[in-house]
Write a protein that binds this ligand. Structure first.
Ligand code: BDR
Ligand code: CA
Length: 312
């Protein structure tokens, strides 16, 4: 079983992933930490509290984090692909719980300190909270079990620009620090998430199983699906953030490769992840100087969406 902190910017696909993290018997969810990204951070926190409440899990702490990127001047506005409220602009019930008084970064540091070597950080939004936690405690790199990040793209190209994936694009400076920090890290990027398409029929199964939480997931999905249909011409949508959990629980469905990874932080290509497979030599030596990480390259997409629907 996996003890995780789930760092998120809910977000329709985040909401599905949060529901998995709250429900899966092999996941011990130590807390949800929130960041700006799909929505502003206050809305992200509100949504995280709401989803925990609807799952009957208001015991799970929610700690609020980054309100914007590390380098503030480049603040991109949320694109509202997930609706202004992050959950497809559907009507939502009242939230009764409150956030943990600590910042997301402090919560991460404290929680990992209590369980050294045992906690996996799963981050599915811009990674400013992980960068801030590293700044608070650089020894975190030796204390976490693993870091799993939904973001970036090795060969697939981007979704915000031709080269940049949204979570990397929204805070490339934080992403560069986090990806090169030297902790055990797995990148679950568009190369695999774009191979996973959650259809209407999967969603109907999910909605049927979960009461009010199922309704929120299904209704918000409808909004996200319309975006996929109009902009990408796909019938169904990519459950990006759930794929990070699928990798953690069902790694045999993925093909990964070791390599050196960084993010472009300035200029036309900002937010692009650049991956140099282990063993490849380059004339410029700096590529072999970043620590090794692991990147997902291929996936059995049908099996992953089945796993998501079964889990929910
Ligand atoms: C990522 O961007 C966000 O919009 C999604 O929630 C996901 O984390 C996909 O590029
Ligand atoms: Ca997300």
């Amino acid at each position: 079983s996996h003890s995780i902190i789930f760092d998120t910017d809910p977000g329709v696909d985040d909401a599905q992933a949060i529901a998995i993290a709250l429900r899966h018997p092999e996941i011990e969810l130590l807390g949800l930490t929130t960041t700006y990204g799909n929505v502003d951070v206050t809305t992200a926190t509100h949504n995280a509290l709401l989803l925990a409440q609807l799952a009957g899990r208001d015991d799970v702490p929610v700690a609020q984090g980054a309100a914007g990127p590390l380098v503030k001047a480049r603040h991109p506005a949320p694109a509202h692909i997930h609706g202004a409220n992050g959950l497809g602009d559907i009507d939502l019930p009242e939230v009764t719980g409150r956030a943990d008084p600590r910042s997301a970064a402090q919560f991460i540091v404290d929680t990992v300190d209590e369980r050294p070597g045992e906690v996996t950080l799963v981050a599915v939004g811009p990674v400013g909270n992980l960068a801030a936690a590293l700044q608070l405690d650089p020894t975190l790199i030796d204390k976490v079990k693993r870091v799993v990040i939904m973001g970036g793209s090795i060969r697939e190209g981007g979704n915000v620009t031709p080269v940049a994936e949204a979570n990397m694009f929204n805070d490339p400076d934080a992403a560069s620090r986090v990806l090169t920090a030297g902790w055990p890290l797995t990148l679950v990027g568009l190369d695999v998430t774009h191979r996973c398409v959650l259809s209407e029929s999967h969603m109907a199964r999910i909605a049927a199983g979960q009461g009010e939480l199922g309704r929120v997931l299904a209704d918000s999905y409808a909004f996200y699906r319309d975006f996929y249909r109009e902009f990408l011409g796909i019938d169904g949508c990519c459950p990006h953030d759930s794929c990070a959990l699928a990798w953690l629980l069902r790694p045999e469905l993925f093909t990964t490769a070791p390599g050196h990874l960084n993010v472009v932080t300035r200029g036309e290509a900002e937010g692009q992840t650049v991956f140099a497979p282990e063993g490849r030599t380059f004339i410029a030596p700096r590529w072999s100087q970043t620590p090794l990480v692991e990147a997902c390259l291929e996936v059995d997409g049908d099996a992953v969406v089945e796993w998501i629907a079964d889990t929910l």
